[in-house]
Design a protein around this ligand. Structure first.
Ligand SMILES: *Cc1c(COP(=O)(O)O)cnc(C)c1O
Length: 419
């Protein structure tokens, strides 16, 4: 896209966007929830589909002129169904948190009891945190990771479920690096008569590629963002069993939202097509391999990785193993051009604004084509920056190295020829 109209009409904004493009090209994104979309996804978002109002669903709209929009949405739905073996898909949720709001709205009532993983143990705000609508509207009981293994302890989940008898159990997390025992969750939920809700916002791409276990055929309802490992536009979707199709659709519209964002839904369709290609499997496989190499390299350099390693695309590092807080580490890494996000660790003694950990993710750098060799260099730079945090000239020199590597691995325009 040449942005020639935007350049003429609003040079002030165009200049800001250009700076961000340059930053993304020259710096390294290791935030676990971020990725780069293809030019095709970008192009689909920048279309006249944004001009349309289409409240309702394909074939049942509240506005005229939606025959073509119906084709767009149906295409996105069919591709998502194929990708996740889903019985029913709603592609209209605007983002992950609104999708989760719609899931609760569809299945339970305010005041009902729900089980969710605690935020500082890797859960998401929308899984019952007291400052989030979920924690205010529903009676959330929070489970935790095991203090020793730092993994989810299914015996403990079972004990809490039997004691609390929740209406719904939520699994799927934001800062948890291990495979999830979906079958065990399902068994426990069946035993207490609870709905099963999986939030695969982070791992959806890895699941779609068959590199992690898929809860969709097993669980009652599954939500996901489309912009994390799935590498699509910013947005979300809900998948569920056929028997819940009506209540889920009604909860999204008219329950929570008005008109869908048809240009974004078109971009979702493009991303799903890309994820159905064989090379997306290679991408997912390499993303996990890269995260495992990063974990073992950092472990060898004396960093403590929460749960001792990773099965997916992310790792949480306890920075107190290097006498730093997560925020301090985030700031140091910013200076060498590597973006990460500070993160709580289980039972974090530090406050959420300045927690003890840092979360690293490999989805974005793997999209650029980086592999094991590059990861080893990155791990060495991270360690050197942290060891030399006071030495501005060392940090500047590493920043140069990071930029050089980024320019050697540009953000690809297309994923059709990924190797
Ligand atoms: C990222 C995330 C979300 C929220 O997505 P937004 O699009 O930022 O609202 C929900 N659940 C989990 C587990 C996430 O990691």
């Amino acid at each position: 896209m040449d942005y020639k109209n935007l350049t003429l009409e609003d040079p002030e904004l165009m200049r800001i966007i250009d700076s961000e493009s340059k930053r993304q090209a020259e710096e390294m994104e290791m935030i676990a929830s971020e990725n780069y979309v293809s030019k095709s996804v970008l192009e689909a978002m920048a279309t006249v589909l944004t001009n349309k109002y289409s409240e309702g669903y394909p074939g049942k709209r509240y506005y005229g002129g939606n025959q073509i929009i119906d084709e767009v949405e149906s295409l996105a739905i069919e591709r998502a169904k194929e990708l996740f073996s889903a019985e029913h898909v709603n592609v209209q949720p605007l983002s992950g948190s609104p999708a989760n709001a719609a899931v609760y709205f569809a299945f339970i009532k305010p005041g009902d009891k729900v089980l969710g993983l605690k935020l500082d143990h890797g859960g998401h705000l929308s899984h019952g945190h007291p400052i989030n609508f979920s924690g205010m509207l529903y009676d959330f009981v929070q489970y935790e990771v095991n203090a020793k293994t730092e993994k989810i302890d299914m015996e403990e989940v079972k004990k809490i479920a039997l004691r609390e008898k929740p209406k719904m159990i939520v699994a799927g997390y934001s800062a948890y690096s291990r495979e999830i025992e979906w079958e065990e969750f399902k068994k426990i939920a069946d035993e207490v008569g609870a709905y099963t809700f999986a939030d695969i916002a982070h791992t959806a791409g890895l699941i779609a590629a068959g590199e992690m276990n898929n809860p969709v055929p097993l669980f009652d309802v599954v939500s996901t963002t489309t912009h994390k490992t799935l590498r699509g536009p910013r947005g979300a979707m809900i998948m569920c069993k056929k028997e819940y199709a009506k209540q889920v659709d009604r909860a999204v519209f008219p329950g929570m939202q008005g008109g869908p964002h048809d240009h974004i839904n078109a971009a979702k369709a493009v991303a799903f097509k890309e994820a159905l290609e064989d090379n997306f499997k290679d991408y997912a496989k390499q993303t996990i391999k890269n995260a495992k190499v990063l974990a073992s390299e950092l472990t060898a350099k004396g960093y403590k990785i929460i749960s001792g390693g990773t099965d997916n695309h992310l790792l949480v590092v306890d920075m107190t193993s290097k006498n730093l807080t997560g925020k301090e580490a985030e700031t140091i890494l910013d200076r060498i051009g590597i973006s990460v996000s500070r993160s709580t660790i289980p039972n974090d003694p530090n406050p959420p604004m300045n927690p003890s950990g840092v979360r690293f993710g490999t989805p974005a750098i793997t999209t650029r084509g980086m592999k094991e060799d590059e990861i080893k260099r990155i791990a060495a730079w991270i360690d050197s920056a942290i060891a030399n945090k006071q030495k501005i000239e060392v940090l500047e020199s590493i920043r140069g190295e990071v930029k050089k590597l980024c320019l050697e691995f540009p953000i690809p325009d297309s994923f059709c020829h990924f190797d």
